[in-house]
Write a protein that binds this ligand. Sequence first.
Ligand SMILES: NC(=O)c1ccc[n+]([C@@H]2O[C@H](COP(=O)([O-])OP(=O)(O)OC[C@H]3O[C@@H](n4cnc5c(N)ncnc54)[C@H](OP(=O)(O)O)[C@@H]3O)[C@@H](O)[C@H]2O)c1
Length: 363
Amino acid sequence: MRRIYSQPPRARRLPVTVLGATGLVGQRVIALLEGHPWLELAHGVASERRVGARYGEVVRWQVETPPPAAALDLRLEAPEPSGDLRGQIVISALPADEARTLEPRYAQAGALVFSNASAYRMDADVPLIVPEINPDHLAALAIQREKRGWPGAIITNPNCSTIGLTLALAPLQRFGLKRVLVTTFQAASGAGYPGVASLDLIDNVVPYIAGEEEKIETETRKILGGWAGKRFTPLDADATRISATCARVPVRDGHLEAVSVEFARRPQPAEIITAWREFSAEPQRLGLPSAPQPAIVYRDEPNRPQPIADRLTGDGMAVTIGRLRPCDVLDDKFFALSHNTIRGAAGAALLNVELAVAQGRAG
Ligand SMILES: NC(=O)c1ccc[n+]([C@@H]2O[C@H](COP(=O)([O-])OP(=O)(O)OC[C@H]3O[C@@H](n4cnc5c(N)ncnc54)[C@H](OP(=O)(O)O)[C@@H]3O)[C@@H](O)[C@H]2O)c1
């Protein structure tokens, strides 16, 4: 899918450096930058073994549409910041261990690092942003700069399953979330390239994804929680109990989640569906280029959402929800689906960049 942006291009587009440019998320970032009205691909960085290589020759391209012409001749650069990067935009699609070492170096050099990696998501001074839910958490950047003494910053987006879950839950917070049970059916591409060995996944379901259940439980509390001026105030773990079970399934793209919720005040089904359908937030109001309009699509058919049919809803940026029905144990249950490398990663990072630009924090 080639993204067509409806906004007119700005006279001066902001250069973007992509770390992990050859990986699945990096490829998506590069595909989404093609024709972006505010941003343009300037530098691609991969591991040391790629330094100097032509992007088009080394990348194992996995996006449905061909690589943008601007990327093919890009010479891959070393994973080390050079010079003064003050104000530069860096999108990191590095594995967590590499992100832990490298992202601070870029922030130290002055760059605004928008990270897909888990390394810093839960740090007390690092915003973990879903722009529709907690754009105010970007205020933590002042504390981060003061504490770490760097001119740049690290801004993170959540784990790919957390994004779909939090977008589905955010409009329901008004009813009070007491207990949330979520079981995920996660696509193969969520494990990166080459990811899970094909013989482990074809004709199979793998009921374990390292660290994933803990990420969903903790990140959801941070995102749905508040910002109290100097610190995050995550949802109280006793007031809102969250339990996740994660499985890898032989689907290419798109994470499906079965969710059951208990409310403090149980709404009528119609109220829940209206809350989803009317959900509109800061990115939609600001008209950010990657903002889905609407952010949530509720489908009435009894057999939706499905990865193949629904993952590209809203250019892969919307969450599709369906099958709302009563739950005999908690109150209500439903399915939610989101595209893991677009809404769950590359598109999420781009939306965070756009939010920062719109708030005057970047560019
Ligand atoms: N896949 C998803 O759905 C998804 C969703 C949300 C978040 N994430 C997170 O996003 C990040 C990237 O995921 P992915 O799926 O794109 O992984 P991936 O396909 O394995 O790609 C990893 C990228 O990092 C580069 N890299 C590896 N070691 C490096 C090093 N020492 N120095 C510099 N670059 C290095 C690789 O370059 P080479 O080609 O040179 O090896 C490649 O470009 C991970 O932190 C992941 O957890 C992924």
